[in-house]
Design a protein around this ligand. Sequence first.
Ligand code: ATP
Length: 234
Amino acid sequence: MLDVRDLTTTYGAVRALDGVTFTAPQGRITAVLGANGAGKTTLLRTLSGLVPAASGSARLGDTDLLTTPAEEMTRAGLAHVPEGRGVIAQLTVEENLRLGALGARGGGRKADLDRVTDLFPVLGERRHQVAHTLSGGERQMLVIARALLADPAILLLDEPSLGLAPRIVTQIFDLLRGLVDDDGLTVVLVEQNARSALSISDVGLVLDLGKVVVHDDAAVLVDDATLRHAYLGF
Ligand code: ATP
């Protein structure tokens, strides 16, 4: 379980996170929602050690995330897929996948590569193709597959739906749901598209100006018209 308490992150005078407290239960999807600038990306970047917290705590099981260097996060069981599909454009699909397995907790065997290409058959079909020739949806699948090769306990995903056709978003979200249900993976999913995110999530966390406005079951958020109109845009 991810346990975050009173987490504050500042950029100069900006309090991007201001006393954020929540838990993300193991084997569940927690959607992190909120308007532009609410602090969603900063939350993921703070949890994965890319920006320092000003105060508070964040623990993943026995690991203190705030004192774990970013380069040791993979070994600690945390994988972060940032916004923007950072594949290495000149390498093939398979080479990108092999990079994801570096430093993994037991990942990187042929069986692991076979498993992700079972999950994402299109990546198997295109394993020798250079990554810059993939479509946006295929690239998003590649970065998720690469993160899974590190065998994470928790996967932090930043806006995986950005710029993708609805059909591809549904496909990726269904896959995530399957990984959570079948493998007990824990997911923290940052999304602008609140309606789709809540449809596959167990829990929703709404941020506004760096503070938690609501933290409740996804179904409770979907049923609350006032909250939906005020913060979720649907
Ligand atoms: P979006 O949905 O637009 O991606 P977000 O909820 O992910 O927004 P953040 O990117 O975490 O929000 O930004 C939170 C606040 O921190 C914003 O006011 C933003 O301008 C500010 N901020 C983010 N990164 C930096 C930075 N590197 N330097 C200064 N301010 C920053």
